[in-house]
Design a protein around this ligand. Structure first.
Ligand code: MN
Length: 216
């Protein structure tokens, strides 16, 4: 199958603000991004740049910094590199309809040969993100089912739940509800993806000027 064909087939770019494939690689060539996505279910999309696309996994519970915790990661279709900049609303009724946040972003360093390791179903890499750092592994168990596990390294492990302690966007510092409010999404639905006790947006429909989010 040609690269990104499944990505294109699932989307109508006249309806969604998601990017059509354009850029072939980032400056580093080793981009990673985690997008928190309140669609029909809340999940975290974990993406690693490989051979001009973002290899992607949907992680329902999000990453854990605790090496004893194995998080289910379902492999999904490759995404274009430009997708790493996408934060906003996918219209209801479209594929993945809901609110998307750039939860973490940075670069990664492969700990071995990524392309052949992908085929074997075992990827080892070090993350240089804002929230996620240190050594990680993605290992395939069966079919599209993988596990995302933090490797033991003294500096970056923790038993604290980073999805609760650090729930905001790394590029705009917004909550899911704030993104929905700013961009005309479903605020009540988005808010169910934010941890309880976070302040809710006071004003709906407020358009804020966003800072440049370029990771290029
Ligand atoms: Mn998703």
């Amino acid at each position: 199958m040609q690269p990104l064909k499944e990505y294109q087939q699932k989307r109508r770019f006249t309806k969604t603000a998601e990017p059509a494939p354009q850029k072939k690689s980032s400056r580093s060539g080793k981009l990673f991004v985690v997008q928190k996505h309140r669609a029909s279910h809340l999940h975290y999309d974990f993406r690693l740049e490989m051979n001009g696309v973002l290899k992607s996994w949907a992680v329902p519970k999000g990453p854990s910094l605790d090496p004893a915790v194995r998080r289910l990661a379902m492999a999904v279709e490759d995404h274009p590199i430009d997708y790493a900049d996408f934060e906003g609303i996918i219209p209801e009724g479209e594929y993945g309809g809901g609110t998307v946040m750039v939860w973490d972003r940075g670069t990664y360093t492969p700990e071995s040969q990524m392309t052949s390791d992908f085929g074997r179903g075992e990827l080892k890499f070090t993350l240089q993100g804002v929230k996620l750092q240190g050594s990680w592994v993605l290992v395939r168990t069966k079919g599209r089912q993988w596990l995302l596990i933090k490797h033991r390294d003294d500096e970056y492990v923790s038993t604290a739940d980073i999805t609760l302690s650090d729930p905001r966007s790394v590029i705009t510092q917004r909550t899911l509800a704030e993104i929905a409010a700013d961009e005309g999404g479903n605020v009540a639905k988005a808010a169910t993806g934010d941890p309880a006790g976070l302040p809710r947006p006071v004003k709906e429909g407020l358009k804020r000027r966003l800072p440049a989010t370029s990771a290029k």
